[in-house]
Design a binder for this molecule. Structure first.
Ligand code: HAM
Length: 427
């Protein structure tokens, strides 16, 4: 039987690990600068955290959750996103009792039972932040600022930031009433999926990519003209801050998001280089009622999440380069004979205790093959341990990137190895 990983999941290894680490480290540094601290929540929650948090009528809750009973029959769900879990954690641990805003970030795998395609997985990775405890528009601008800085540091140049305000529940309900009134005579012209959306989650009709549905929406009343004065003022202030921060954005009156918890400012960052429907690298927005809906105090919040896999995919596609941070010299020991392995053990012990990244050949192959292998595997230096070396105590060190060779008195001057391999600057 040939095993494969379950549909929509993947193994991450090799160069992809370097990309991932770079993406995550870049985010961590920025989060620290903006005073966010890390939170880790369980990979699964009681199902209600998501069904109540995200909304029963959303696609995610209706069709995409990995839900299963535990041995006592309690319904559990693998997290499809981080916001609802973090809100649950903040309430449960009374984290709202300290200084506000509470600024949290997370990195984790998420699970959605979607139809897999390029950039859309059933298990995928997100990094994100949640700023809890203020409805000041400055913080909405701050999180878009973080997102913008993050992608800039990764080397992206042509990303588009779409922003919109969907108002508070009062102005949105007024809009929804008129939206339904407008669409009712056209309902038969909508695709099947949008006819369902009309019943369950009408604003999601804006997500439909079909021209027939889109053309029906062109004459629609605009949400912006339904914003109450508070929501309008709030949104204008967010945009004003973005201008001051020189963040380029596009207001998109058709932007909606797939979670019921959103209020007021929502946003998405998309790449026109990702030529698939899955062109959103990240998204988020304000969710002022979620804390209360999950049984906590009435505390406003906002946040975003970025898809790590999609970000990595686009970095590779655009050939965006990065330097590995804290790169250490890599040393490969070649024992020319199996008997020399014992002698090499002391050298290996010394180097590893000095925190030098090193390894040794376990099987005997020709020197030529070993050097070729060391080059292919990105080693910087090789140390040869042969009969001569053992007899004289002088090791041969080859710098395989700069084509230089050294002899070092291993018995009396072992620290010289550290000079040669540039390991003195290790932190
Ligand atoms: P989301 O837009 O559903 O938002 O996901 C954020 C990002 O995760 C997407 O832009 C995309 O890059 C990535 N993503 C989503 N689904 C998949 C998938 N099936 N395969 C690969 N990547 C995917 C949220 O999750 C909200 N919790 C964001 C938020 C935080 N809002 C407020 N705070």
């Amino acid at each position: 039987m040939k095993w494969s990983s379950p549909r929509g999941t993947t193994d991450i290894y090799g160069e992809d690990i370097d990309y991932r680490n770079y993406i995550i480290n870049t985010a961590r540094k920025i989060f620290e600068v903006f005073n966010y601290s890390e939170i880790i929540t369980p990979t699964f929650e009681y199902t209600q955290v998501f069904s109540r948090g995200i909304g029963e009528s959303t696609d995610i809750v209706k069709k995409e959750m990995f839900t299963f009973p535990d041995k006592k029959g309690r319904s559990l769900t693998l997290r499809p996103e981080g916001t609802a879990s973090i809100t649950r954690a903040v309430i449960e641990n009374k984290m709202y009792c300290g200084n506000m805003p509470l600024k949290l970030f997370y990195i984790g795998n998420m699970f959605r039972y979607e139809r897999p395609q390029k950039g859309r997985m059933r298990e995928f990775w997100q990094l994100g932040i949640e700023a809890i405890g203020t409805d000041n528009p400055f913080i909405d601008a701050e999180i878009i600022w973080i997102l913008n800085l993050f992608f800039k540091k990764l080397g992206f140049k042509k990303l588009v930031f779409k922003v919109n305000s969907i108002g508070c529940s009062i102005c949105r309900n007024k809009y929804l009433t008129d939206f339904k009134k407008y669409l009712k005579p056209e309902i038969k012209k909508l695709c099947n999926e949008c006819q369902n959306r009309f019943k369950n989650n009408p604003l999601r009709i804006f997500d439909c990519k079909r021209n027939s549905c889109r053309s029906i929406l062109t004459g629609m009343p605009e949400m912006s003209s339904y914003l109450c004065s508070e929501c309008e003022k709030n949104f204008k202030e967010v945009l004003k801050c973005l201008k001051i921060l020189k963040i380029k954005y596009r207001t998109d009156k058709n932007l909606v998001r797939g979670f019921d918890y959103y209020t007021r400012t929502i946003f998405e960052v998309i790449s026109e280089d990702l030529q698939s429907a899955q062109n959103a690298l990240g998204g988020g927005g304000r969710y002022d009622n979620l804390m209360n809906e999950l049984g906590g105090p009435d505390i406003p919040a906002t946040g975003f999440a970025v898809g790590i896999d999609r970000t990595m995919m686009l970095m590779k596609q655009l050939n965006l380069k990065f330097k590995k941070t804290g790169k250490k010299s890599r040393v490969y020991l070649i024992a020319m004979n199996r008997d020399y392995l014992i002698y090499s053990l002391n050298i290996l012990k010394y180097l590893r205790e000095m925190e030098v990244v090193c390894d040794i050949n376990f099987e005997k192959r020709s020197l030529k093959k070993e050097i070729k292998w060391a080059k292919e595997n990105n080693y910087d230096f090789i140390i040869i341990v042969g009969g001569d070396e053992i007899e004289t105590g002088n090791l041969t060190i080859k710098d395989i990137k700069k084509f230089k060779q050294y002899k070092v008195d291993w018995i009396n001057k072992k620290e010289k190895i550290m000079d040669i391999i540039g390991a003195k600057n290790y932190d």
